[in-house]
Design a protein around this ligand. Sequence first.
Ligand SMILES: O=C(O)CCC(=O)C(=O)O
Ligand SMILES: [Fe+2]
Length: 310
Amino acid sequence: MTNLVSTWSKTTQILPENYIFPVDQRPGSVKIPLVQNIPLIDLSSSQSQTVEEILHACQEFGFFQVINHGVSKDLIDDTMEVVKEFFNMPEEEKEIYYSIDPIKSCKLYTSGYNYANEDIHFWRDNLRHPCHPLDEWVHLWPEKPTNYRDVVGKYSLEVRKLSLRVLELIREGLGLEPEYFAEELTGGQLLSINHYPPCPDPSLTLGLPKHADPNLITVLLQGSVSGLQIISNGKLRSAEHRAVTNLREARTSIVSFISPCLDTIIEPAKSMIDTGVPRFQPFKFKDFLKFYEEKKGDTESMMKVYKIKP
Ligand SMILES: O=C(O)CCC(=O)C(=O)O
Ligand SMILES: [Fe+2]
């Protein structure tokens, strides 16, 4: 038996106590600034225009939507369909992939990484697996639905291409040297599929609490991108975001995280240190991830440690 919310929530009309967030964190209680103009970037525009628009979006929001991005609608639709099919499979089929082992690379679990120690759980199930290089990982992915590996494999390649293309535009905008994001800084890719089932009381709980992603760049289907941190010596933002649930419909999101290799040293690019003084300490990416988990992704307390005091 698993504790997947998509399974047990089918037979309850009541939100359990341990899914109720403190009042100040509930969906209606936090005043989310309404960003009227989330930038919409047309990747088929001229290179100089997209560079300028993307850089501005990263400085202002750390978040933007892209259109004409080159990932075909058919592939996007097929991918969304197959991951929904996965979550709709009977419990016995999904159980095979269920794991709470923190070091297991392909796994299905519920809420956060550390369910047993959580005071409050999040209203989501998550399937995640590494996907780069594809042939190193694909054999660990779900075998069912039978086209999962094929479709999701194609999607992960396309979404990686898109991420690298966007990073290249950011690189140019920042004036970083060619190949800056090649190799180590983009050596990892994780696909994370969130499934938020219909929730009996969305006003009291969250699918994912406020966080900023701890990786280099995130592509969220359908087309929202965020996440460049520190590497820009504080010049770009990483958008804090969260996911809410809803009463009637299940929501599924497909998130691709491009990350540095675990042993990579992350530090401000030399050419970004215009004052002569770096604003952030260097760190190993894997130590950062460990710390992120310990601090539950709390940006402020993480910044206290990594930011160099003026
Ligand atoms: O489901 C979403 O829209 C957000 C997911 C997310 O923020 C994450 O997986 O890091
Ligand atoms: Fe996120």
